[in-house]
Design a protein around this ligand. Structure first.
Ligand code: CP
Ligand code: NVA
Length: 299
């Protein structure tokens, strides 16, 4: 049987995604230390980029389920010395039960999956960050119920997080307003795949109108540090401010995958304010990914 991978949110059907969210909520609210469905199983985690939340949530999740996780950095494995991905995928998957990768190139994860005999999980690439969306959607469902038919506004870079929001809009059937500056728009192919659910704006205030959820992310993602100055200029009108929040619906939530830069993509009063659910989002990485590990590894 071919392993089931999680490289994009689109790897799950709408039903599977809704079930996973409900399961994550259940695992969060009724933790049973005796429930160890992954006893003796091992998750290998390859990190080409830094991480706090992703590493801790996967490691803790495996431990809760009776398994363990191995942290692998290209700096001290043969991956960083040019061993072919095909060989690495075959070797690593012959010894562990699942593999999570955080990489620059998206193709590295898809290549890995092609040659892996065990499930491969995308822990963030330059293109997508699907695990974060599991947590964000769980958080929305917990606070406000099903997101179907709601309006979400993305403010800022058309990056990996924005792309995963486009996929979430497709799977969970919500409207997505995207306000990004010229030159930083999301991938056109992905935009096209979402059809009329997604609308582009060149004005963040207009995009926020009638919105149920405002989301943003850093102006310079990992690997783009040298573009910081030029991006500060390009994104100066794309900060989530109190004015933006006030233009959204009264019960709108604010989300950010973290780490955040207060005073850049979001005003401190917003991210630390009443409508912000950033710490629920961060905690839910653990619960949502436990539901994911269960789905992929208990087959
Ligand atoms: N949001 C997120 O993926 O955080 P880390 O980079 O800390 O894993
Ligand atoms: N867009 C950010 C997300 C970090 C979790 C990055 O790729 O660095």
């Amino acid at each position: 049987m071919n392993p089931k991978h999680f490289i994009s949110l689109l790897d799950l059907s709408s039903d599977e995604l809704r079930q996973l969210i409900q399961r994550a909520i259940e695992l969060k609210n009724n933790r049973n230390p005796d429930f160890q469905p992954l006893k003796g199983q091992v998750l290998a985690m390859v990190f080409e980029k830094s991480s706090t939340r992703t590493r801790i949530s996967f490691e803790t999740g495996m431990s809760h389920f009776g398994g363990s996780a191995i942290f692998l950095s290209p700096r001290d494995t043969q991956l960083g010395r040019g061993e072919p991905i095909r060989d690495s995928a075959k070797v690593i998957s012959s010894m562990v039960d699942a593999i999570m990768l955080r990489t620059h190139e998206h193709k590295m994860v898809t290549e890995f999956a092609k040659y892996s005999s065990v499930p491969v999980i995308n822990g963030l690439t330059d293109l997508l960050h699907p695990c974060q969306l599991l947590a964000d959607m769980q958080t929305y469902f917990e606070h406000r119920g099903d997101i179907q038919g709601k309006t979400v506004t993305w403010v800022g870079d058309g990056n990996n997080m924005c792309h995963s929001y486009i996929n979430a809009a497709i799977r969970l059937d919500f409207k997505l307003n995207i306000a990004s500056p010229e030159g930083y728009l999301p991938d056109t192919h992905l935009l096209k795949s979402a059809g009329s659910r997604v609308n582009l704006f060149d004005n963040a205030l207009a995009a926020a109108q009638n919105s149920d959820l405002l989301v943003t992310d850093v102006w310079a993602s990992m690997g783009q540090e040298e573009e910081q100055k030029q991006r500060e200029i390009a994104f100066k009108d794309y900060q989530v401010t109190e004015e933006l929040m006030n233009n959204a619906n009264a019960d709108a939530l604010f989300m950010h995958c973290l780490p955040a830069h207060r005073g850049e993509e979001v005003a401190a009063e917003v991210i630390d304010g009443q409508q912000s659910v950033i710490f629920d989002e961060a905690e839910n990485r653990l619960h949502a990914q436990k539901a994911l590990l269960e789905l992929l590894m208990c087959r």
